[in-house]
Design a protein around this ligand. Structure first.
Ligand SMILES: CC(C)(COP(=O)(O)OP(=O)(O)OC[C@H]1O[C@@H](n2cnc3c(N)ncnc32)[C@H](O)[C@@H]1OP(=O)(O)O)[C@@H](O)C(=O)NCCC(=O)NCCS
Length: 187
């Protein structure tokens, strides 16, 4: 499909494009991003260029939907629905995100993620969204819980990335779920 733009009270979510290369390269120098995600480290301009190409392909092929999050025109983070997997009864996907360090702690991520979850269920008709994180990623887990994701367990050494293997926390939300935050035993 053509990339979709989402707008919230403070934010505009739009697929990242060539003018965002520098901002993405700069953001991904923060060690917290490769620590908790599969973003490469060291992160170069070439990584940002190929990321933008991959995002364009993901939209075109309905394989993943990724948005740059902008506040007052500045790129403050990235959010995406990955591994969109169709089935006879509808598709599921997995949510992922990072924020630039200076923009954290302002609730931007929750605001952006709520718009993405609404779009996924109401507009794109997904039946399930999954979430996974390296065990111990409290800020990411708190965000997922606040969106209504339900904790589904820990899988030992299930996550692979440039760092090696990590235990993973897993959670999910269904289109039919009540989004009221539930207790997570690890939080
Ligand atoms: C995860 C991340 C995107 C959260 O962004 P953020 O702007 O801090 O998000 P928020 O300010 O909305 O905070 C999210 C929640 O985490 C909590 N939190 C934030 N930093 C925290 C910390 N250091 N310790 C404990 N809780 C923390 C907030 O209080 C909030 O919880 P609440 O909604 O229950 O109040 C950001 O920390 C990040 O980019 N981390 C590196 C990349 C990453 O981990 N991505 C996710 C991979 S699964």
């Amino acid at each position: 499909m053509e990339p979709v733009t989402l707008t919230t009270e403070r934010l505009v979510l739009r697929a990242p494009a060539d003018p965002d290369v520098e901002a993405i390269e700069r953001a991904c120098q923060d060690p917290e991003i490769p620590r908790w995600t599969t973003v490469p480290s060291p992160y170069t301009r070439e990584h940002a260029v190929s990321f933008i190409e991959m995002v364009a392909k993901g939209w075109a092929e309905d394989h993943e939907y990724v948005w740059a999050i902008r506040a007052d025109g500045t790129l403050v983070g990235m959010i995406g629905l990955h591994d969109v997997t169709p089935n006879v009864d509808g598709a599921h996907a997995e949510i992922g995100y990072w924020m630039v360090p200076e923009a954290r702690g302002r609730g931007y991520l929750g605001e952006a993620a709520r718009a993405v979850v609404d779009w996924a269920f109401a507009d794109r008709g997904l039946v399930r969204l999954g979430w996974r994180a390296v065990a111990g990623n409290i800020p990411s887990a708190r965000t997922a819980r606040s969106l209504g994701f339900r904790y589904e367990g820990l899988q030992r050494l299930a996550l692979t990335g440039p760092r090696g293997r990590d235990d993973g926390w897993f959670a999910g939300i269904l289109a039919t779920d009540d989004r009221t935050p539930q207790d997570w035993p690890v939080l």
